[in-house]
Design a protein around this ligand. Sequence first.
Ligand code: ATP
Ligand code: MG
Length: 401
Amino acid sequence: MSGPILLPGATGLNGSGQPTTLGVMGGGQLGRMFVQAAQRMGYFTAVLDPDVISPAGLVSHYHIQTDYLDETGLTQLLQRCAAVTTEFENVPAGALVTLGAARPTAPSADAVAIAQDRSKEKAHLARSGVPVAPYAVIETAEQLAAVVDDLLPGILKTARLGYDGKGQVRVKTRAELAQAWAELKRVPCVLEQMLPLASECSVILARGWDGACVHYAPQVNLHRAGILAVTQAYEENMPLALADQAVAATKKIADELNYVGVLCVEFFVLQDGTPAQAALGSLVVNEMAPRPHNSGHHTLDACDVSQFELQVRTLTGLPLTQPRQHSAAIMLNLLGDLWVDDATPPWNQVLALPGVHLHLYGKLKASLGRKMGHLTVTAATSAQARVTALRAAEILGIEAF
Ligand code: ATP
Ligand code: MG
């Protein structure tokens, strides 16, 4: 597949001076960082998001404030933009079909449709030959009754619209399973066996229209209550053989989808000596995100090319060069919990530490678990990054890791 080459900056500067404009579906923080990367390179940007104060809408040249399926909004986006991407996987695939018929759109509606439905996603991952957690699709009472005991204890996850652990219930018995499905309003779900995790990691890859791929080394992720809390990105963060295996699996998944854009694949690393590890191996794929990912935010400060610049480059058909990480990095997510009683966290104390990069997303309301920003600590060595990140966590009241 070949795509367009949309050069940055204004063309015909001595004539009409039209800037190349890139569009993004969704106005969250990922869209904001895409917009910032695109603007730095000289592109104009347009965001489509119904929220009048969305993080990306606030910093974009154009903000189209309509629903994702609104025909007027989509038409306006097409009029403005030379190409369109997405920043979250719950964009209705229908909207991407409309956009893709008129403009280069990456990732494609097909890839997003797979990533936004856990059943389709699992089937795709299995097709790619990468182990997944044993699971069952539960869409009917018959399927619920037919669940094999091996899947318990397990996690019941809604097939669609889950994020940050939302739409998930942990169940130990059949009775709990039935009750959990009722609580989830009997929407289509996937029941996954609860796996004995030693750790979690993810790989971020960018694949161009011509199939060329570049990637970052895997990062190790710590989740708390289903939400990413800490990402550790440096050379010795995991055994090399496992890291190689994760990268190879991510490439396979991207190739199998004929994917164009930035893709993140999240993995479980299983505990040694467990029956699950004997059956599945050490590395099991959890899920994929058809976009830049929270676990790749350190690439803004610790790498020569960020995941958001790679999103711009894949969309516009610009060359992909293998990114180089120049610093050890630890990323701490800043959740709304830090704004207890509306007090502003002591950024001045945190910024007094060496190598601290503060990113706030411009959200005007904090709530528990809401991602308000992140902080990346960069250092010459992982040990130094760790000392500083632990100190920053202590100042902010984030649990040590
Ligand atoms: P995201 O914000 O990444 O989209 P999500 O809501 O889609 O999150 P998952 O990635 O499915 O949720 O699960 C969130 C976390 O719950 C995982 O990172 C992992 O810590 C834990 N978890 C999920 N599934 C399993 C499993 N089968 N076995 C053990 N732990 C699991
Ligand atoms: Mg996840």
